[in-house]
Design a protein around this ligand. Structure first.
Ligand code: ADP
Ligand code: MG
Length: 430
């Protein structure tokens, strides 16, 4: 009965990849990486081999084969080889009577794990069965080998060998694979929704953009016609050309901002000026606001409010908040949405205000929870992603809302130190 504690401990170790995955990838809209699998499996292997089950000195049992199989399935051949090396080095340093048998068992289970991992990836329908067969084989093979190499030991501890090993391996492999698989497929579903939401946003913005681009084009063509048909003074001509250039420049700006949100960006963080950014986002979202009969206005924001962020991600974040605010105002008369950037001691504050339908306390409490949406065609991932992003930048977000009155989202992000003024300025300021 005392083995129950040891078995439970091994099962706890089998949870390592799942637990670390949930901690490390909680706020990240990305899949796990192979280095992540290698590191978590190495930790798991080390723990399970350091605290194994043992009834006789030098002969130890743990969930090593299960972990190596897991590493091969999710991390590929490189992960498998690294785990193999770790196992060999650690097992050789531990030594003891079971060393010889351990090496023989490994020479059978490792190629078998390779084959099973290949089958696992190839036949997705049979995955659960393959995992269970693996768990069983990882128990039967060691006992079979030890019946030859350590017959006396196996016979002396028959109940332990027949019960403890299969239970430990089967439960361990089942826990490890089902939980990790569940976490990964949940994340995949979320990433799929996120992609749909992004495409949806881009489509909505694009639809409204088409309208917005037509206006300056009409204006420009009107001026060009005028210049062709009328004999205008050189001064008038220059004035018209200036207006046309201004219109074209604005259209260009809107289009290039639009293109920047629709193409996948780099993953780097860099200093981002929030005032500039909020003005650009207002440019992008104005057509969408116009289409919904909502007035969107930027505040006069102070200069040089900079945070460290990925420009594409933070753009997407503000678009999510503004889009929600505009949608909340679409059914009210005289809908107003504004975005204000300000600075506090160590934080940049971004406030997104609207006088839309607002939210009840229950709705506010559910904000950020995945798939929560009150809209017919909503996905409910926009805010989840935005909240995660804010947390990953060490920021915070708070909400004040009243049904029928409106909503205010207040985002707080760590401020970057102000840029030092140019030399000329410095001499003036002292
Ligand atoms: P979606 O917009 O697809 O519904 P989001 O994650 O962007 O998903 O938003 C989740 C929910 O939060 C919305 O369905 C809406 O009920 C609520 N919400 C977000 N922003 C506002 C706002 N400014 N005013 C009122 N409700 C809002
Ligand atoms: Mg939304």
């Amino acid at each position: 009965m005392s083995y129950v504690k040891d078995i439970l401990l091994q099962l706890l170790f089998a949870l390592t990849p799942f637990v670390l995955y949930n901690i490390y990838y909680r706020d990240k809209a990305i899949h796990f990486s192979k280095p992540f699998i290698v590191i978590t499996c190495m930790i798991c292997l080390l723990l399970s081999m350091t605290f194994p089950l043992s009834v006789e000195d030098g002969i130890i049992f743990d969930i090593r084969y299960v972990i190596m199989f897991f590493g091969l399935v999710f991390g590929g051949m490189t992960a498998g080889m690294i785990l193999l090396l770790e196992f060999m080095a650690y097992r050789l340093s531990l030594g003891g009577a079971g060393l010889f048998s351990a090496l023989i068992i490994l020479s059978i289970t490792f190629p078998l794990s390779l084959l099973l991992s290949f089958l696992y990836r190839r036949y997705s329908k049979w995955r659960m069965l393959i995992v269970l067969i693996a768990g069983l084989l990882f128990s039967v093979i060691p006992i079979g080998v030890m019946l030859v190499t350590e017959r006396r030991y196996v016979m002396d501890n028959l109940t332990f060998n027949i019960l403890a090993m299969p239970v430990q391996n089967s439960l361990g492999i089942w826990l490890l694979f089902t939980l990790f698989h569940k976490a990964v497929s949940d994340k995949q579903l979320y990433l799929d929704y996120l992609r749909i939401e992004k495409v949806d946003t881009i489509n909505h913005v694009a639809a409204s953009l088409a309208h917005e681009v037509r206006n300056p084009l009409t204006a420009v063509s009107g001026f060009l016609k005028l210049m062709r048909n009328e004999a205008l003074s050189p001064e008038k001509t220059r004035q018209f050309i200036d207006i046309c250039m201004e219109e074209i420049k604005r259209t260009e700006l809107i289009l290039s901002e639009y293109l920047s949100i629709s193409k996948p960006g780099k993953r780097q963080y860099e200093p981002v000026d929030l005032s500039e950014l909020s003005n650009a986002i207002v440019e992008i979202m104005t057509p969408y606001a116009n289409m919904n009969n909502v007035h969107l206005s930027p505040f006069e924001n102070g200069p040089d409010i900079r945070v460290s962020a990925n420009p594409n991600e933070i753009k997407q974040l503000l678009i999510n908040f503004l889009k929600n605010a505009i949608e909340a105002c679409s059914s009210v008369s005289n809908g107003q949405v504004s975005i204000r950037v300000s600075r506090e001691a160590h934080h940049a504050k971004i406030a997104i205000l609207d006088n839309g339908i607002g939210m009840s306390k229950e709705q506010v409490d559910r904000l950020g929870i995945i798939y929560f949406s009150t809209k017919n065609k909503g996905t409910g991932v926009g805010l989840t992603y935005s909240y995660q992003l804010i947390r990953s930048m060490n920021g915070e977000v708070s909400v004040r809302s009243e049904p029928g009155k409106g909503t205010e989202f207040l985002i707080s992000l760590p401020l970057l130190p102000a840029q030092s003024p140019p030399d000329a300025m410095r001499s003036i300021t002292g």
